[in-house]
Every structure is written in C-alpha cells, then in structure tokens.
Design a protein around this ligand. Structure first.
Ligand SMILES: [Zn+2]
Length: 186
C-alpha cells in the first residue's frame, strides 16, 4: 500500500517504500490514501494548464498556485485523495472537492535507505499535517538525514519535474520542502 506505483509516460515514478525503515511519529496519524491515475487531471480547472504537463497524481493541481485537492465526505468530513464510491468512514456517497493547505508540519517521517533498483536513496518519506489533513509525501530539497529533518518541522508543498517522455510531455510530482532553508552547506 505504500507504493505510488506506475510508469508515467515511460517514466518510473519514485515509489514511497518504507518497508525496512522505522517511522518516527508523534501522536496518532492517519493516512491519506495515495493512489493516483496519472493520465487524468482533475476537472474544475480553468483549462489554462499547460498541455505538455501531466501530474503524477490526479489530486495535484498545477497552474500558478499548485495545490492538492481532496474529496471530502459531505456527511462526515473524512478526506480522501483517491476517488471513492463510498466513504470509508461512514459509507455515504457524496463528496465535495476541497483544497488542501500547502503549508504543513511533519508529523511522522522515515529516512528510506533501501528501495527498488533505480530509486535514489536515501530519501525522506513523511506524513505531513496540512491544517488537519494528513498527506503522505516525500520531503524534497532537504538533506535526508536526522540533522535536517525533524518532527514538527514546517514544510510547504513543492512540485518538481520527473522528466519528459519521448513526446515532450513533462511529468510533475510533488513533495514538501522546508519552509526555512537549513544553511549548513550542501
Ligand atoms: Zn463519511
């Protein structure tokens, strides 16, 4: 269930895989399900998205102000990042789309040292609390070591390019980066 699986336009997405690592957590954490269909972008857009970009997950919206969008159960308020026919919490079937705050706080993380061949390690898999919504994502633009990552660290949503396929379509992924840079050299 940890894997963000799939080939996107011939590009291998970086899986979040933490099977052999220890999660460092505080309190209760919930998991937003991360399961995206790479070929769809969400609707309700202005239609101004660059046509040569696709998102790695369909709950990432690009544009001038990239952000995540969740499906929120109208009955109980539970939020899901994947598309569901019924709420996993209450069974009701009506959802509305809600924008997720881009600023968050690290609630749990693990430094992943072992991954599938071709996946650069180490990297930091994290659970980020975005104004009450838990988002599972990698931390980016940060050294993957305990000196640079800590619980409660303030982070913000950031997008990055996964590269282009042979048609020139660029795949865009997301992660969270520190709000304040650690200027301890690179
Ligand atoms: Zn519900």
């Amino acid at each position: 269930m940890m894997a963000e699986k799939g080939l996107v336009g011939g590009l291998r997405a970086r899986p979040i895989r933490a099977t052999s690592s220890t999660w460092i957590t505080t309190g209760n954490v919930g998991y937003g399900q991360g399961h995206g269909s790479a070929n769809e972008t969400s609707d309700e857009r202005g239609g101004d998205q660059l046509s040569d970009q696709i998102t790695l997950v369909d709950y990432l919206e690009l544009g001038d102000d990239p952000h995540l969008v969740a499906n929120e159960c109208r009955a109980c308020g539970a939020r899901f990042f994947d598309r569901r026919n019924a709420c996993a919490s209450c069974g009701k079937t009506e959802f509305k789309r809600v924008r997720i705050a881009g600023d968050g706080e690290v609630r749990a993380f693990t430094i992943v040292s072992f991954a599938a061949p071709g996946v650069p390690v180490p990297f930091v898999a994290a659970l980020v609390d975005c104004d009450g919504t838990s988002v599972r994502a990698n931390l980016i633009n940060v050294e993957a070591d305990p000196d640079h990552v800590s619980l409660g660290m303030k982070v913000r949503l950031a997008t990055y390019s996964l590269g282009e396929d042979s048609n020139g379509t660029e795949a865009i992924g997301f992660g969270f980066e520190p709000q304040e840079a650690h200027d301890n050299g690179k």
